[in-house]
Design a binder for this molecule. Sequence first.
Ligand SMILES: [Fe+2]
Ligand SMILES: [Fe+2]
Length: 178
Amino acid sequence: MISQDTAALIGAQINRELYSGYFYLGLSAQAEIANLKGAASWFMAKHSEEMAHAMKMYRYLLDQDAPLRLETIAAPPPESGSVLQMFEATLAHEREVTSAINDLVDHALSEKDHATGIFLHWFVTEQIEEEATVNDILGRLRLFGEKSEGLLMIDNELGQKAKQMAQSAAVDSAAGAG
Ligand SMILES: [Fe+2]
Ligand SMILES: [Fe+2]
């Protein structure tokens, strides 16, 4: 059993994860409209990942017999501009999520709630990986992305990465970890 406060904070994080999914869905549409099929697939794969994050937390609350309140999900920003700006927005967004997860861990530790602390470890590690991946993409976009050939190359790479993400999500869900 976890405290009401912790349940409410995890509930707020479920909302943030669902918003993240919505945020990436919006970017996927923008990328597709800009004919960046690889980037569109990458953002769509991120959308699925974020929905899975929300569901992990949803499952945790129900398994802990904790109250669950689903709140309104905010609309994502309407336009991000260039693909570089899309990934800059992505990094800024993921940094905010990282800080929210850190606050959640702080709260769990302050309550000596080790179950929640252990549960949140997965998210702490996930955020490191997410920020690193986006930093890497941003670095390549800054180097090559403004020119059409470079942009085409990066878009192809993003399409490949999206396929890998879909495969590893399928393996996770087959193992019951998704
Ligand atoms: Fe997430
Ligand atoms: Fe994320």
